[in-house]
Structure formats: C-alpha cells, structure tokens
Write a protein that binds this ligand. Structure first.
Ligand code: UT7
Length: 318
C-alpha cells in the first residue's frame, strides 16, 4: 500500500521577536507578563512585518522544507496550505506560494480549520497521495494571526503569534503494517454547535470563551488520542514524541500526562512562538527535527483543537 512519507520539513519565523513585557507596553494592554507566562507558558512571540504576508511566510517555510528534502518545486504535485489568515479573502494563499516557487503545474489550495488546520491539511494531502493522485505534496501551516487581534481584548491579544512551517510528503510503498514509515493514521472531527465559543466578530477580531475552549480541548484531545492509539494498535508507551498544537502549556501538559509521557518527550515551543494557530504544529515539528530530537523511525503523535470546534490527530512514523 502507498504511504505518505515525510521527505523533509522546514519553518520560518518573522524577524521581530517580542517579549510579553515589551508587547504589553507596545500595545498598551492591561495585563502582566507573569500572568501570561503562568497561565499559558508564553514568554514571547514573533510578529510579521506590516507588509509581510501569510503567503510570504508560507513560501519561506516551503523553500526550507524543499531544501531539507533535497527537492525542487518541479517535484511537487500539490500544495495544501492551512491558514486562517490568507492574504485576501480569495484567491487562496496557496496559489501565491505556487507562483512564488515558480510552479506552473499541479494545483494548490487552502484549508481552513483554524488551529486544527495543519492536521486537516496533512490528512487531505495524505488522501491524495494514498489514492495515487499525487506523488509529492507540500503541506504548509502559515498564519499572520496578529492581523486578527484587538489590542483592547487582553483575553485574546496576548495569546497569539505569527509564523509558518512546512513538510514535504512523498509517496512510498509500504507493507500496510505499523512498522511502515510515514503517516499511519489520521483522525478528524468537528462540531459546529460550538461555533461561537471561538470565532471572529463582525469587525474581524478574535473572540474566545477561553475557559470553555480549554475545557473542551482537554476532553476532545484526550478522546482523539485514544482513538488514534486504538486505530493503530500502538500503546501509549510506544509514542516517542507528542507534537501538539501550541495553545496553552497546561493543555499540552494535560495531554502528555494522559499518555504517561515524560515532559522531555513532549515538544513544546509555546514559550517562544505563542499560539500560531495552523502554523504551530509544523513549527514545533520542524524545530524538534532540526535540533535532533525527532529521529527517523520514531513514532510521532500530532494533535490539535481549534475553532469550529475542530480537532484531530495524526500518527506518524518519522
Ligand atoms: O488554539 C485554539 C484553542 N485555544 C485554546 O485552547 C485556548 C484555551 N484557553 C486558555 O488557554 C485559557 O482559558 C486562557 C489562557 C485563555 C485563559 O486562562 P484561564 O486560566 O482560563 O483564565 P480565565 O479566563 O479564567 O481568567 C482568570 C482571571 C480573570 O480574572 P478574575 O475574574 O479571576 O478576577 C481574568 O479577568 O484572569 C484574568 N485575565 C487576565 N489577567 C491578566 C484574563 N486575561 C488576562 C490577561 N492578563 N491577559
């Protein structure tokens, strides 16, 4: 059977890196850096330049992933870009990435599942590959979430950052067994009854009932992680790395504990990146691959939860 194997990964962070204290002072937000760090784990975030777009960041991450895979844009059949903050309402930011890379063949489109976007995009690309409709896919998560923030709302403005991460998936023959390399299983969910708990308002600003989102996140992530283990037959102790969506260190710790994983096997970049929505998982993944933590052959579990609600998990043998 065909498997989607990770041929490479890369990421991009905007040059401007700003600490909690400087960020609060800059935007005159009534909060304090200790509260932010204690309640979320965030100590700083990167913020895109005024003219820097989501497609610019996505292109930089895509180039890094292609270089890591030792491939060129001509090798790619599809681009799937997870984002909530496309440059314009249309066309898709993905087609700009396609043009930036000089690709004139294949096809490119965006996927919108907010913070679960990367898990959704990976699943979509995996299906194209396993059906034989594409040989290689660029899967990107990129966000300029700072454009959605209301500086007068301290319950959301302190939580988010900008950035992009990308992976190259490649079709390779597998045995259909758990020992295969690549994506082993994908699990997606949504429940639109919770639309209003995390959404943009009519002015385009993020509004969130943080406590309720937190409560649902802990439960939904625990369930989808169980579902992923049951589907693959893996035991929690066989997971080498958890690479979760980076929304809150307390949620990340909760999922790690549920799996019985020591903190050293949970990849957390929230302190440096804050919540970058669809970009958070590929940013964390690329960070941990390139600093040598995640090694070939290891089992990696990705999980995410976000607006919609949407949530999901992907099990990978790296
Ligand atoms: O990525 C998509 C999914 N998103 C998430 O998973 C986010 C889930 N939610 C959360 O991470 C947390 O709920 C937050 C970090 C958003 C908030 O943390 P919390 O511990 O749930 O705080 P809270 O909303 O219960 O607020 C506690 C107190 C309140 O004051 P009182 O009523 O106890 O006096 C808030 O007014 O903290 C206050 N507060 C703040 N204080 C300083 C809320 N925001 C701030 C702030 N600075 N920025």
């Amino acid at each position: 059977m065909i498997r989607s194997v990770f041929a490479g990964c890369g990421h991009y962070l905007p040059a401007q890196k700003i600490s909690n204290a400087d960020f609060l002072a800059k935007h005159n937000i009534d909060s304090d850096s200790a509260w932010i760090e204690q309640r979320t784990g965030i100590t700083q975030r990167h913020i895109a330049g005024e003219t820097e777009t989501t497609s610019d960041m996505a292109t930089a991450a895509a180039r890094a992933a292609l270089a890591d895979a030792k491939l060129t844009p001509e090798d790619i059949d599809i681009i799937v870009l997870a984002t909530t903050t496309a440059d314009h309402a249309f066309p898709a930011a993905a087609v700009r990435v396609q043009a930036n890379l000089g690709m004139t063949r294949g096809f490119a489109f965006d996927v919108q599942a907010v913070c679960s976007g990367f898990v959704y995009a990976l699943t979509v690309a995996d299906n194209f590959i396993r059906l034989g409709q594409a040989k290689r896919a660029l899967v990107i998560g990129a966000e300029k979430f700072s454009t959605l923030l209301d500086w007068n709302d301290r319950t959301t403005s302190v939580l988010f950052g900008d950035g992009a991460g990308a992976v190259v998936l490649e079709a390779r023959e597998g045995a259909g067994a758990i020992t295969d390399t690549g994506i082993l299983s994908t699990h997606l969910h949504s429940d639109g009854r919770y639309y209003k708990l995390l959404q943009t308002d009519d002015a385009g600003f993020v509004r969130m009932d943080g406590k309720e989102v937190f409560r649902h996140a802990v439960t939904n992530l625990a369930e989808v992680v169980d579902e992923a283990l049951a589907a693959t037959g893996l035991k929690a102790e066989q997971i080498d790395w958890l690479v979760p969506h980076q929304a809150n260190q307390r949620i990340i710790d909760g999922t790690g504990k549920k799996l019985g994983l020591p903190a050293e096997r949970v990849v957390s970049t929230i302190a440096q990146h804050a919540n970058t929505s669809a970009a958070s998982i590929p940013l964390a993944l690329s960070t941990a691959v390139h600093d040598g933590r995640i090694k070939r052959g290891q089992i990696v579990l990705l999980d995410a939860m976000g607006g919609g609600f949407t949530w999901g998990a992907v099990v990978v043998r790296w």
